[in-house]
Ligand binder design. Structure first.
Ligand SMILES: [Zn+2]
Length: 310
């Protein structure tokens, strides 16, 4: 008989048992609307930079004479169309560098193809670890991974890293416990452009993968960190939705910080998720971000895991 020493261990183990019955298929992508697009849309942002949408998440491509740098790779089922669109936009079929902002399927679906073709793949060290095993998540049903060895990141960071590409500086860094347990931002300071990764969504509520380390405090802290990095006019690519600027990101930060404070009060009152939803703590933001019920429920789950004594 298995003994669970802590509530957290019990929750993790029972969740793993539940997914064991439905091995394999990922049937419920959270951002279903983003996944539904038939065509990949390409938008030129600056010389060399192209934003691609419609593959499951926003993807950035930066062209160079030696090949292309991509940030994120869409779902695997869209990868061939995405890579064809990247080749059209950059004039090169070769992708020599891929940065994964995190390990979710919407970001890592081109890893195996590009890794086999020789691209170097960069990610947070937790992303590397998670792509080497089968993982359950509140982002999907079933399990994801492991990816073939060539599709896994070889270059990792625990904190920050930097490289030069096409004569530009590319800085990347860790956003702890914000959306998963291994989120990176990717900053192009010369171009005044930031790929924010999973924590930032511009027209929907972000997912908190609370089964894999994310919590509401981490989401708010990630916004604080990103706001400190950018200028009001910096262009910011969210994981989902249209680009925003630094001033808008600062408003998002205040929204999440205020919401975090409200949720801690609700939690201390012993509210369940239905009680929290009934208070409509995000009512003035619903017109932009939509129904917050799932986000509120996930936020409470994340707070309960973060604050409950083990
Ligand atoms: Zn994600």
């Amino acid at each position: 008989m298995t003994i669970f020493r802590t509530r957290r261990q019990f929750l993790g183990a029972s969740a793993s048992l539940a997914v064991a019955a439905s091995l394999g298929a990922i049937t419920r992508p959270t951002h279903a609307a983003a996944d539904a697009a038939e065509n990949i849309q390409a938008q030129s942002l600056a010389p060399g930079f192209t934003l691609l949408s419609g593959a499951g998440c926003n993807v950035l491509a930066l062209a160079s004479p030696e090949g292309t740098l991509m940030v994120d790779g869409g779902f695997q089922r869209h990868s061939a169309r995405l890579l064809a669109a990247v080749a059209r936009a950059t004039g090169s079929r070769k992708v020599n560098t891929l940065i994964n902002t995190h390990w979710h399927p919407a970001q890592t679906g081109s890893n195996e193809t590009l890794g086999r073709q020789g691209a170097q793949i960069i990610a947070h060290e937790i992303t590397q670890l998670y792509l080497a095993r089968a993982v359950a998540s509140v982002d999907y049903t079933g399990l994801y991974g492991p990816l073939a060895e060539k599709g896994r990141p070889r270059i990792t960071t625990r904190t920050t890293g930097s490289l030069q590409f096409a004569g530009r500086r590319v800085d990347y860094g860790y956003l702890p416990a914000a959306h998963t347990n291994g989120d990176l931002y990717v900053h192009f300071p010369d171009a005044n452009l930031l790929v924010a990764g999973g924590p930032v969504c511009s027209d929907s509520w972000p997912l908190l993968d609370w089964r894999n380390g994310a919590w509401l405090g981490g989401l708010a802290k990630a916004h604080e960190k990103l706001v400190a990095m950018v200028k009001p006019e910096t262009r910011i690519i969210p994981s989902h939705g249209p680009m925003i600027d630094g001033a808008t990101l600062a408003r998002h930060h205040r929204m999440y910080a205020d919401f975090h404070e409200k949720m801690v009060v609700f939690q201390n009152r012993g509210y369940d998720s239905g009680d929290c939803i009934a208070q409509r703590p995000l009512r003035e933001h619903e017109a932009i971000f939509g129904d917050p019920a799932a986000f509120i429920t996930g936020s409470l789950q994340s707070l309960n895991l973060a604050y409950s004594p083990d």
